[in-house]
Design a protein around this ligand. Structure first.
Ligand code: FAD
Ligand code: SF4
Length: 499
């Protein structure tokens, strides 16, 4: 007789069918209140996660034991028989389950929900010898391994990379890209119950939230996730590439997929997502540059970030190469979009307050850029991103924030800091036209906080950045600024108050 199948403990980000060994496997899901007490989460994020967990339990019916307890440990005390769990997605949770495994209380299986296993990544990274880790090389390796967008041993179309076709500014004179509104889920009784619970918890003073909890924008079930994917493939994928980096004040979604939240909840496997995108290209429904650009994000960046989180070790999060020591200001902590007058910050913070999401470029070139050039402590920045974004989890925030956005790892993830002045935001968005500041002005009442902040940043880190081959020329430009002293005094006075 074969041993009884274990009960699978599903964390809240392991909700798709691929986290079970068979469709009828017994499941336990534990809703821990303590998780919500630890931080001030965006309310839309708390809602999305609870809604997804409770929907999954409802789908599984009697197959699932759903426990509402204070802690995971308390929940596990109610589970009998053999128990297994797929590797969780944070160092803290991983240590926790491995301690339980050491005591014989459960079995830990390899992670699921990513396109490249930790073993494959380690073999790839270790095999590079002294060559630096490069996402582009990792991505090509993944394409070959997955047979994605390949013609035999060569990339489809003869090129691996269409980035240079994918960097268009937004169309001028348009308030939106003109695409149909994205698919939006319809809430049900489970959402109503979640909202009532969150209201009660907040009223009890037990937990505190930031941001709005409007009807959900993001998928919480597999059915809704497939609807989001289908809608993206049909209406947005073709436009994804050219406007990937562009921002419009009146169009928060642009041609983005809105799949990060459901993908990070484990509702769909990334390989399924890119195979569907490839099919669109093969059937002539979307151009190669857009399909390649999208696949690069999903099995390139997403898996690269996931694997770096583990490969670079637990201490990576503590990096602070630029010695950034200013605390996170309250106006950002509270998502107060009325505090700044800078149109880009008001617009992006407002979108974040309403949706718990903005796309990649506002994260990197508006929010991240402001944090970087104003010297906010990187770990506080990571925690802020993690609690305020519906798709934020430790594994994805630490490399993206500490590494890519704040350059706190000293250049492991990105060869140069993503710092830029207002000229970049002006070129890639329509924010500056309606702003009280001027992106070309660096000193005085109209001085753009990004332009002035950029020069102050270059000045403060000149010794370090002068040797960087991608920054050296910008640092040299400091010597041409006749108003540098006035700029530095102005920025000292402005500090981290809302600009
Ligand atoms: C400072 C900063 C913080 C970020 N924090 C998160 C986060 O907490 N969670 C998160 O999922 N993404 C994060 N990203 C990456 C990226 O911004 C989001 O994945 C993307 O904006 C989500 O929207 P979308 O699903 O419409 O993405 P699309 O633009 O449609 O891209 C498709 C998919 O690619 C993946 N992807 C692309 N870039 C990355 C990346 N750098 N890291 C991981 N996945 C990527 C996502 O799964 C995304 O769904 C962050 C980026 C930056 C610069
Ligand atoms: S002028 Fe400066 S602050 Fe104003 S929107 Fe442009 S970049 Fe932002």
């Amino acid at each position: 007789m074969s041993p009884p199948q274990s009960t699978r403990w599903l964390f809240g980000d392991q909700l798709g069918p691929h986290f079970l060994d068979s469709p009828d496997q017994r499941v336990v899901v534990i809703e821990s209140r303590a998780v919500f007490r630890r931080r001030v989460f965006h309310r839309a994020k708390a809602h999305l996660i609870l809604s997804a967990m409770r929907h999954r339990a409802a789908e599984l019916g009697e197959q699932c034991t759903y426990l509402k307890t204070d802690t995971y440990r308390e929940g596990l005390s109610h589970v009998d028989g053999p128990l297994s769990v797929c590797q969780p997605t944070s160092w803290v949770a991983d240590h926790f389950v491995r301690r339980l495994a050491g005591a014989g209380e459960l079995e830990v299986l390899p992670a699921r929900g990513f396109a490249t296993s930790r073993e494959d990544f380690t073999a790839w990274a270790d095999g590079r010898g002294r060559r630096r880790l490069l996402m582009e090389d990792f991505y090509r390796d993944a394409r070959r391994r997955l047979g994605l967008l390949m013609d035999g041993g060569d990339p489809v179309g003869g090129r691996w990379n269409f980035d240079e076709d994918n960097r268009d500014p937004p169309p001028r004179q348009q308030k939106t890209l003109g695409l149909p509104d994205p698919y939006r889920p319809v809430e049900d009784d489970i959402d109503a119950e979640v909202r009532a619970d969150l209201d009660r918890w907040a009223a009890d003073g037990d937990v505190r939230f930031a941001g709005e909890d409007s009807p959900r924008w993001f998928a919480a079930t597999r059915r809704e996730t497939l609807a989001t994917l289908g809608d993206f493939l049909a209406h947005r994928l073709a436009g994804f590439g050219p406007h990937e980096d562009a921002m419009l004040d009146g169009d928060p979604w642009m041609a983005h997929s809105m799949l990060s939240a459901p993908m990070n909840l484990g509702l769909v496997d990334p390989v399924e997502v890119v195979q569907r995108a490839e099919q669109c290209f093969r059937e002539g429904d979307a151009p190669l540059a857009s399909v390649e650009g999208f696949c690069r994000q999903v099995v390139g960046w997403r898996d690269y970030v996931w694997n770096l989180y583990w490969y670079l070790g637990e201490d990576y999060r503590d990096g602070n190469a630029l010695q950034a020591n200013a605390p996170l200001p309250d106006w950002l902590g509270e998502l107060d979009d009325t505090a700044p007058q800078a149109a880009c910050l008001t617009g992006v913070l407002g979108d974040l307050r309403r949706h718990g999401w903005v796309h990649h470029i506002p994260r990197l070139m508006v929010l991240g850029n402001w944090f970087l050039t104003h010297g906010i402590r990187p770990l506080e920045v990571s925690t802020w991103f993690q609690r305020c974004f519906v798709d934020g989890y430790d594994w994805v925030m630490i490399p993206n924030v500490v590494g890519m956005s704040q350059h706190a790892d000293g250049g492991v993830m990105a060869t140069k800091p993503y710092a830029s002045g207002g000229a970049y935001i002006d070129r890639m968005s329509d924010y500056c036209g309606g702003c009280r500041y001027d992106p070309k002005v660096r000193v005085g009442d109209q001085a753009c906080p990004f332009t002035a902040g950029y020069w102050r940043f270059l000045h403060d880190h000149a010794d370090r950045l002068a040797g960087n081959h991608r920054m050296g020329r910008a640092v040299a430009g400091l010597s041409r600024l006749r108003d540098l002293d006035a700029l530095l005094a102005q920025e000292r006075d402005r500090g981290t108050s809302a600009p």
